[in-house]
Design a protein around this ligand. Structure first.
Ligand code: FAD
Length: 470
């Protein structure tokens, strides 16, 4: 495809993957670094009858930033921090700025992003589109609640500014809108003041799902963050460990300038100061099977029986998953998918007991289980509930793919029947029919109306959009 007259820096026909390397799609990839690039991409799409999907860091576990046969607008290099005010904690960024760039900019001045994902590699454009939540969702809500303003380009060519007061319907629709209404071009966020580079963390075991969920609910009000590890391979359903963390109050850290230093936050690149971490995933591979994970989980649970408290840097607490680079490669050729369901506190125990038992019965246990406490929010395509979420990582192989997807669709039915919700950054199997039931007709209709207004020619589409909106 010739792109000369659109003046793009580079266009390539490339195979892209989801984060877990379990889904693939060939697309025309265009680098976007300016608003003109976005306008040109829309013009080109219209001319050639193609669709467009933005892509940040490609860290979604599913097909959110894949667009088979269409254009993928890669915004990852559009990544300047345009303005930072260390007095007010307000920051304005281009859409490709990562959570890593953001915290490294603001933390030395005593601020921290109010909501971060479990990896720091995600971009702000991607984070707004899926409206990410952190381990403090029960308190701080999703990232969208900390956006003061954003600017965006709609497929109509209109350049808009949105805030909770200005173009509010688009503000609440585009944040959470899965990149299907327009392209974010700059994002202004409010950071949170912190008084130390450290958090106080309490770690304690929970013997079953009932105590697991009870511990999340009862402890959440007393902490700033709470997260659970759940042993997905054990027949003692729901046993695991809770990590609950608090900020230090002003004056508690006698030398915050020292703990704020980036060298005390960043994760070391070598294990024991010798082995490069980049090779660790090769050594993990032999353990990433049903028996290996059962052994590792059993050992982890036994070690976690000791209740203890410790101080940990923000970086280490939040971004544990970045500790081993490319860990997802240890799942082998077929890769992995994540299945995260959100359930009201009244039905979570019943539902997850069923689905965890089903996965064991089918000999398709998840290899990682993570729980969080949540509260609802008012974004249009919200995934949150007054309850909990459980994220499950499943290994995909050529042999198990069909059985795994049909098991997850079975889970979907149980979850829907019990008032549950899905998160479309981490969901690879939900159908348009199920999506309609989960959002409700009124929400789907509202979204369709916004889509028609912003994108009358249907230029923005992704593999995910085609799957869940049909
Ligand atoms: C290890 C790991 C841990 C994670 N932990 C969490 C977590 O704790 N909480 C959580 O909520 N999520 C979590 N996630 C999911 C992740 O935060 C989201 O999938 C996020 O959207 C990824 O950002 P990205 O930049 O990689 O976006 P991509 O995956 O590239 O894209 C995601 C969506 O954003 C759209 N998009 C990207 N840029 C723009 C733009 N400029 N304008 C409009 N739309 C755009 C895309 O079209 C797509 O729909 C985790 C993912 C991983 C891999």
């Amino acid at each position: 495809m010739s792109c000369k007259k659109n003046n793009f820096m580079r266009t390539t026909f490339t195979q892209l993957e989801n984060f877990g390397h379990s889904l693939r799609a060939q697309s025309f990839v265009i680098q976007a670094r300016t608003k003109d690039d976005v306008h040109s991409a829309f013009r080109l799409a219209k001319e050639k009858n193609l669709t467009v999907t933005a892509r940040g860091a490609g860290r979604s576990y599913n097909d959110a930033s894949l667009n088979g046969g269409g254009i993928v607008l890669d915004t990852s290099a559009w990544n300047l921090i345009q303005e930072w005010n260390p007095h007010t904690g307000q920051v304005r960024c281009e859409p490709g700025v990562t959570i890593e760039q953001l915290w490294q900019k603001v933390e030395p001045d005593g601020w921290w992003p109010p909501v971060v994902s479990g990896t720091m590699k995600t971009t702000l454009g991607g984070c707004l589109s899926t409206n990410i939540h952190g381990k403090n969702n029960f308190q701080m809500g999703p990232i969208g609640e900390h956006v003061l303003e954003f600017t965006a380009i709609l497929p109509t060519g209109a350049e808009i500014t949105c805030s909770p007061k200005l173009n509010a319907d688009l503000f609440y629709g585009m944040i959470s809108g899965l990149g299907m209404l327009g392209i974010f071009t700059s994002i202004t966020l409010q950071m949170k003041r912190i008084y130390s580079g450290l958090l106080t963390v309490d770690a304690f075991p929970v013997p079953n799902l009932h105590s697991h969920l009870f511990a999340l609910q009862e402890n959440a009000p007393n902490y700033d963050y709470i997260v659970g590890w759940l042993d997905t391979t054990s027949s003692s359903i729901g046993r695991g460990q809770i990590h609950a963390a608090k900020y230090l109050h002003e004056g508690e850290d006698k030398n915050p300038q020292e703990t704020f230093k980036l060298k005390n936050q960043t994760l070391p690149s070598r294990i024991f100061g010798v082995f490069p971490k980049s090779i660790l995933h090769f050594f993990m591979k032999p353990f990433v099977n049903n028996f290996g994970v059962w052994g590792v989980n059993t050992a982890k649970y036994i070690v976690s029986l000791r209740k203890h408290s410790f101080k940990e840097s923000h970086g280490a607490f939040h971004f544990l998953l970045d500790y081993v680079p490319n860990w997802e490669r240890s799942f082998g050729q077929g890769g992995l998918i994540q299945y995260q369901s959100f359930l009201p506190k009244e039905t979570a125990e019943f539902v997850w007991t069923q689905i965890l038992k089903l996965s064991l019965k089918n000999k398709l246990p998840a290899y990682l289980g993570v729980t969080k406490r949540h509260r609802p929010d008012k974004f249009l395509l919200s995934h949150a509930v007054d309850g909990f979420s459980l994220a499950l990582d499943f290994k995909v192989t050529d042999k198990n793919r069909k059985k795994l997807y049909s098991m997850l669709q079975e889970f979907d039915k149980i979850i829907i029947a019990n008032g549950g919700r899905f998160y479309f950054a981490k969901n690879s199997e939900t159908t348009a029919e199920t999506t309609k039931i989960f959002y409700g007709e009124e929400t789907v209709e509202k979204f369709r109306k916004l889509k028609k207004r912003c994108d009358p020619h249907g230029l923005l589409e992704s593999d995910l959009y085609r799957r869940i909106f049909g």
